[in-house]
Design a binder for this molecule. Structure first.
Ligand code: ZN
Length: 486
């Protein structure tokens, strides 16, 4: 009986429940739909107003034909990075670089993910930049330096790539020494000797490790940069010393074992940047007395320690911009001795230098040894440069004139009213291309009212500048421009 009555009531219960469930589903779906729509609206709003685009990619021309510089950066606070890499007209090279960059990024992202759980909140960052070294065989060496900060741990790495811009091929170190094991042994010995002779390294080098990583194996010498004058080998941090190390060997020294393509081409009467050390002793004497005179003639006006930072041979689209960033970090003003030919190529970079409040100065149009030009030639070099700087920047050249190589005579001097500005601290940055050595030279030579010579065309100078500024600031120096120097 009971059972039967229940059976009779069940269709009603069933219908009531069904209606209730259906109503709930409709209400639920409406709510979900509305909230999704709202979220989407908020996200769009955020994108429009506050959030910067996560990644920006900017490609500029380098000063080397056929090579572009790609600047890729992300402001995403969770995964910020700043990467620079070259792009050529050769696909195989571009692919190789793209793969390398992809690995750098992926390794960084993975490390970030792994450490995400920790309580450490220090900022993370990946920065990678490179420098280009040309060789007369149409080969370019690209040396990458990468620094990764993931929470509290810092990693650095070095990697070189080679590209022959004519053929699109990449050489290996074996090509430079004709795949000859005997030559490799000579190379190994030469590098080792250089390492153990370098007094700057004597404190940090681990002799067992240095020996191990200079064994005659091609692999040990794979990171290299080749120029017409020298070959530089890079060794990663913690391989042969606690820090990274580079060893520079003049090609003259290796001429007997070099493959034909890479033998030194004897130059006649071509004054170029690396022949700066080709100045005669008399020239150097002149320079030194000139600088010494400048320093002792004038009475000290203030008690504060002053130092003038000067950068030559720019502007350069990449290195100059990096240097401006570091100078800004320390609110330091510097003087830029620009080449007219570079300003003509990169007027907007010159403008950036000027807009950032730095002093503009003249370093000739094409960097010749002015003593070898006639009066007309000297005048052109100087006047055209002042003109192009002032028209590119809208500001005056007030930092004076610095003759290329510091080389001048009475005829050169008579062609301008600008003061001739030399230097007393030579960082030799163009020679060693080593960020750490930049600081070593500054530490050893800088005193009150020093003029420090650097070049805003070498990535290593931009990379070493932060440490230099930090050191000078701690020593109590004020950064002044040439015209501000007491
Ligand atoms: Zn120069």
């Amino acid at each position: 009986m009971k059972r039967k009555r229940n059976k009779h009531r069940s269709p009603w219960i069933y219908t009531t429940f069904s209606i209730a469930i259906l109503t709930l589903v409709i209400i639920g779906a409406t709510l979900i739909f509305l909230s999704m729509k709202n979220e989407a609206a908020i996200a769009t709003e955020k994108k429009k107003s506050t959030a910067p685009p996560p990644t920006t990619i900017k490609t500029i021309e380098s000063k080397y034909p056929g090579i572009q510089i790609v600047n890729e950066s992300s402001n995403d606070p969770a995964t910020p990075f700043k990467i620079q890499y070259p792009k050529s007209i050769h696909n195989s090279f571009n692919t190789m670089i793209a793969e390398y960059i992809e690995v750098l990024k992926q390794t960084y992202f993975d490390a970030l993910a792994e450490k995400a759980q920790g309580s450490d909140t220090s900022p993370s960052e990946l920065t990678s930049s490179f420098e280009i070294f040309p060789h007369h065989s149409s080969n370019y060496s690209f040396v990458f330096e990468t620094t990764t900060f993931v929470k509290d741990s810092k990693e650095t790495s070095i990697q070189s790539f080679q590209l022959n811009t004519e053929t699109g091929k990449s050489i290996a170190i074996q090509d430079v020494f004709e795949y000859d094991e005997e030559r490799l042994k000579v190379l190994s010995n030469t590098v080792r000797t250089k390492l153990f002779e370098d007094t700057a390294l004597s404190e940090t080098i681990t002799s067992d490790q240095a020996t191990l990583h200079t064994e005659p194996l091609w692999e040990n010498f794979k990171n290299f940069a080749l120029t017409d004058e020298e070959i530089v080998f890079h060794f990663e941090k913690s391989t042969i010393a606690s820090d990274k190390v580079s060893v520079t060997i003049s090609l003259d020294e290796l001429d007997d074992i070099l493959a034909t393509n890479f033998k030194v081409v004897k130059k006649e009467n071509v004054p170029e940047e690396p022949t700066k050390n080709g100045l005669t002793d008399k020239d150097i004497m002149n320079q030194q007395t000139e600088t010494a005179k400048n320093q002792t003639d004038q009475p000290t006006k203030t008690d504060e320690l002053q130092v003038a930072l000067t950068f030559d041979d720019g502007p350069d689209p990449k290195v100059t911009m990096d240097i401006l960033e570091t100078l800004e970090k320390y609110s330091a003003k510097a003087t830029f001795f620009m080449l007219g030919s570079q300003v003509e190529k990169f007027p907007e970079i010159a403008k950036n230098v000027s807009d950032a409040g730095h002093e503009l100065a003249n370093h000739s149009w094409s960097h010749p040894d002015l003593r070898k030009l006639n009066i007309e030639g000297i005048k052109d070099e100087i006047l055209n440069t002042t003109e192009v700087i002032e028209s590119a920047t809208g500001s005056k050249v007030t930092g004076g004139f610095r003759p290329p190589y510091g080389a001048f005579n009475d005829t050169v001097r008579a062609q301008t009213d600008m003061p001739i500005i030399l230097w007393d601290v030579d960082t030799l940055d163009w020679q060693h291309r080593n960020p750490n050595q930049l600081l070593t030279h500054v530490k050893n030579q800088t005193r009150d009212r020093s003029i420090i010579l650097m070049h805003d065309i070498h990535q290593s100078t931009a990379d070493g500048l932060d440490a230099v500024l930090s050191f000078l600031k701690d020593e109590g120096y004020t950064f002044v421009t040439i015209s501000e120097l007491d």
